[in-house]
Design a protein around this ligand. Structure first.
Ligand code: AMP
Ligand code: MG
Length: 499
């Protein structure tokens, strides 16, 4: 197949209404190129909710023209495919130039829900000038994980890039074992990263730095233009969003796994799903990424890493902001914003409607109980909603999750006193807690079951799991097994950076 910049498909301009998006920027910011086709692509899965955002239907996405287009085998009319350049700090070390090594943006499509236009990006669509030593491909396994988790996070109400669909091809890809190829179509208003700014800063190309900052402000933070120093305002706002995002992760036990600055979204979205995980047996030191031996990105470290990453962004924006004081002042908001957000989220998780001085200790006490008993994070918070203030004798289902029951009992005494002080009503509190404590999260083993079936060309479990995760807060009596603790074999599962 030709690799010229002109080939198109039967997908007509009016079907997607592609506009430029990132391609508006000067050529220094990207390389225009075509995706590399994959042999005999097939449909794996689509998200109806993501499709709705851009006015497509999941049925349409099964159509072979869309399968071809979203594999990168053909390019829709109006597309200006490109790979963006960026740099970043990986595991705390300056890594120099990275860039979209396997992701190709087609352009942006209008949002049907009144939001920003969404860029369509094909992840796994072939080599780019930024592929370094890698192959430009993504495997079916990690594509399914990214697809499911993006949509699960959206359903949890956590800012994230979206996943529209996955296509697959039997073309082999070498990782630890031989796997097959897949392409995920991701959507976000922008895929600009902290590392996109660091790139120009470290090259001392401050003109490009300014062009990028202006692009981000004008397109996504237009309100900040009014500020005396819009670049300082940008840093402050991104810092705030990042602090809130990490607080939301902590509150559902989500661990990103690779919080390098090239994986940090300038819009405060969860970006680049790799070896992520949801906390199961609670251990605040838990490391979900097998490659991260030092635990830099452990659950407990995420909040402080979020701050560190904002510092890296602040450093890069310093030439535009023009003063160290203003830069530091913008960054200084992180701790207070994080503390405020997590405090609200944790109050809601334990069903407190008011705030009291001793609450922090009460909440810390709960995490100590959870830590000592390695209690399942999701099940515990969900079941805590069933506690009845005046009926400790009904605590058994909750106590069953706990190894050191005396510790739980002592904590529950204080919790009950606290609930009485605000005249908490059992039924109303449970209803409120069920709206913030998900019953269903993407446990590794659930993803693994879906992946193994998909590797045998049975994609039904991907679809089923997506449907369950789209309503994480609902009781779904017919899907009770998806809320179960991981089976023994799951303890052998390891996820690494290899994807
Ligand atoms: P990650 O840590 O997965 O976000 O990736 C870090 C960098 O490696 C980015 O520049 C990616 O585009 C690039 N990369 C990761 N996997 C591949 C691959 N299979 N082919 C080309 N580039 C890759
Ligand atoms: Mg990345």
């Amino acid at each position: 197949m030709s690799n010229e910049l002109t080939w198109t498909t039967t997908i007509k301009a009016e079907q997607l209404n592609l506009a430029n998006g990132f391609a508006e920027l000067p050529p220094a910011f990207y390389t225009r190129l075509m995706p590399t086709p994959l042999p005999d692509p097939y449909f794996v899965a689509a998200s109806a909710r993501a499709a709705e955002l851009v006015g497509l239907s999941p049925e349409l996405l099964r159509n072979e023209d869309f399968v071809a287009a979203f594999t990168g085998n053909a390019v829709p009319e109006g597309a200006k495919p490109l790979a963006a350049v960026y740099s970043g700090h990986q595991f705390g070390v300056w890594a120099g130039q990275l860039g979209d090594g396997r992701a190709i943006v087609l352009g942006s499509v209008p949002s049907k829900t009144g939001g920003h236009p969404l860029e369509l990006q094909l992840k796994g669509a072939g080599m780019t000038p930024y592929s370094r030593h890698a192959d430009g491909r993504a495997v079916l396994r990690s594509s399914i994980r990214e697809f499911l988790c993006s949509e699960a996070m959206a359903a949890l109400g956590i800012p994230t890039t979206r996943a529209l669909m996955i296509t697959g091809s039997d073309r082999p890809v070498i990782r630890e074992t031989m796997e097959t190829s897949a392409v995920v179509t991701r959507m976000a208003p922008s895929f600009v990263r902290f590392g996109s700014f660091e790139h120009w800063f470290y090259r001392n190309q401050f003109d490009e730095l300014r062009v990028l900052a202006d692009y981000v402000i004008d397109n996504f933070y237009a309100g900040l233009r009014e500020h005396a120093n819009p670049y300082a305002a940008l840093l402050r706002e991104v810092t705030r969003r990042t602090a809130h995002l990490v607080a939301q992760w902590q509150a559902v036990g989500f661990m990103h796994g690779v919080l390098n600055t090239d994986n940090m979204s300038i819009l405060g979205l969860t970006l680049d799903y790799g070896p992520f995980g949801f906390m199961e047996a609670f251990d605040s030191r838990h490391i979900c990424n097998h490659t991260d031996q030092q635990g830099r990105y452990s659950y407990a470290n995420q909040p402080q890493i979020g701050h560190w990453n904002c510092y890296a962004l602040g450093q890069a924006l310093l030439p535009l902001i023009g003063s160290v004081e203003e830069t530091e002042a913008a960054l200084a908001d992180y701790q207070a914003e994080f503390a405020m957000k997590i405090d609200h989220l944790l109050h809601a998780k334990i069903g407190l409607a008011t705030f009291e001085d001793g609450d922090r200790e009460l909440i810390d006490g709960l995490f100590a109980v959870m830590q000592n008993s390695h209690v399942d994070f999701t099940q515990f918070f969900r079941k805590l909603g069933n506690l009845q203030v005046e009926h400790p004798e009904h605590d058994e289902p909750l106590r069953d999750l706990i190894l050191h029951r005396d510790e739980f009992d002592a904590w529950a005494l204080r919790y009950r006193e606290r609930l009485r002080r605000e005249q908490s009503v059992d039924g109303a509190r449970k209803a409120a807690m069920d709206r913030v404590n998900p019953k269903y999260v993407l446990r590794n083993y659930l993803a693994q079951v879906a992946i193994e079936k998909a590797q045998r060309k049975d994609f039904s479990e991907v679809e089923k799991l997506l449907a369950v995760l789209e309503n994480p807060f609902d009781e779904q009596p017919e899907n009770e097994q998806y809320a179960a603790l991981p089976p023994d074999w799951a303890s052998e599962l390891e996820v690494s950076c290899s994807s």
